[in-house]
Design a protein around this ligand. Structure first.
Ligand code: HEM
Length: 382
């Protein structure tokens, strides 16, 4: 998975070579990147076809956002459909057909015994889903509709959110030049300027996982392991980690939070929730509450996370929930943090980021919290 992330960032940086010294619209660039990452992860070898599906899904999400507050009348809405509703249905069918096509191609390969690895239908997400679709155990088997739904969920949950989060991170790095330097210094102290993207190294380095990064580097140099495992070292990006948490607090992608049904009467402080009542937990309000974070709640201060989340939240660690909480907590939180670390590390190894004077700050509360007019950044090669 990490290999797919690195390969996708490499592709983006290749494109950027032609844009050095010029202004780049980061939100769109990162949309391509995050779609690429999810496409490769979800569809593996079929990621080009996956990208077409994600293109259609993206259009559907845009339609959903436009119509978020449209009131639908029972019965009448089933008979008379708006242009947007008809377009959404067309896209939905297109997505389902494309997924079925990819599934058929994989199944054909298995029949012909070509290019099939030991995992049968493949070890990417799609392969695992097809395997589940063919499971002989009826209790584990999933239907084709469920398979299609799973692919949709992964995109919706994993692309838009990561796109928004990464965009705000780049903005904050461009504004807070001191933090841009801190994060870059940390990245370079661990990875140097070279591309250290060898994944085979991880197996060799696992056993020394408790040792410090500088010691590991020393050992690796002695042993002539030229390219150290990126995956392993990524966990040592501590300043970068704090920076990521602070961005997720200030610009929480799933800003609306979640709604939970109260299953049975429950008391929380002075509040009593009755069975059947719905409870809305708005993340962004909790992330901006001075009672939890202190009077400097609106300031950008990654160092508040230096001694952990409990300290930063005045001993209310559950008050920090960019990835949700409980049974439905984000299934891709580690994926998202690693994606962010890899992307930031690889960008800062190569570029100094300056905010364009044309940037207009307008966080837009759509399905996710995203920049209404994009984020224009000037890329200066280091
Ligand atoms: C910064 C990026 C991300 C943020 C802020 C984020 C946030 C969230 C939140 C708030 C939820 C709802 C949790 C709840 O209801 O308690 C969620 C659910 C989910 N996320 Fe993420 N997410 C991110 C990235 C990803 C990625 C990259 C993936 C997949 C690769 C992913 C997969 C999922 C899935 C499958 C669920 C549904 C879990 C369930 O209902 O059981 N997310 N995410």
């Amino acid at each position: 998975m990490m290999g797919d992330m690195v390969a996708s960032v490499e592709m983006m940086l290749e494109r950027w070579k032609e844009k050095e010294g010029a202004e780049v619209e980061i939100y769109e660039e990162l949309r391509t990147l995050t779609s690429e990452v999810i496409s490769r992860t979800a569809f593996g070898s079929s990621f080009e076809e996956g990208k077409q599906i994600f293109g259609m899904l993206h259009k559907m999400m845009a339609l959903a956002e436009t119509n978020m507050y449209t009131i639908r009348l029972p019965l009448i809405s089933n008979i008379f459909k708006t242009v947007d509703e008809m377009e959404a249905e067309r896209l939905d069918q297109g997505i389902a057909d494309s997924i079925i096509d990819i599934v058929k191609k994989r199944e054909e390969k298995v029949k012909c015994q070509q290019d099939v690895d030991s995992n049968g239908y493949g070890s990417d997400y799609l392969g695992l889903l097809i395997q589940a679709h063919h499971d002989e155990d009826e209790t584990k088997k999933i239907s084709m509709e469920q398979l299609i739904d799973e692919c949709r969920t992964l995109y919706a949950a994993g692309q838009e959110t990561a796109n928004a989060a990464l965009s705000w991170m780049i903005l904050l790095l461009a504004i807070h030049r001191d933090w841009q330097e801190k994060v870059r210094n940390e990245v370079i102290s661990i990875f140097g300027h070279e591309k250290c993207l060898d994944f085979d190294g991880i197996a060799r380095l696992k056993i020394v996982s408790k040792l410090s990064p500088s010691f590991m580097f020393h050992i690796a140099r002695i042993m002539s392991i030229r390219r150290i495992s990126f995956i392993f070292l990524i966990i040592y990006l501590l300043q970068t980690g704090m920076f990521i948490l602070e961005t997720l607090r200030l610009y929480t992608p799933v800003y609306t939070g979640f709604i939970r049904d109260i299953g049975k009467e429950a008391t929380l402080g002075k509040l009593t929730g009755l069975d059947g009542v719905q409870c809305h937990i708005p993340f962004i309000m909790i992330h901006h509450d001075p009672k939890i974070w202190g009077e400097d709640v609106h300031a950008f201060k990654p160092e508040r996370f230096l001694d952990g989340i409990a300290k930063a939240t005045n001993n209310n660690p559950t008050a920090f929930m960019p990835f949700g909480m409980g049974h439905h907590i984000c299934a891709g939180s580690n994926f998202a943090i690693n994606e962010a670390k890899i992307t930031i590390a690889m960008i800062l190894q190569r570029y100094s980021l300056t905010l364009s004077p044309g940037y207009v700050h307008a966080p837009h509360p759509g399905l996710t919290l995203r920049p209404a007019y994009g984020i224009q950044i000037i890329l200066n090669a280091l």
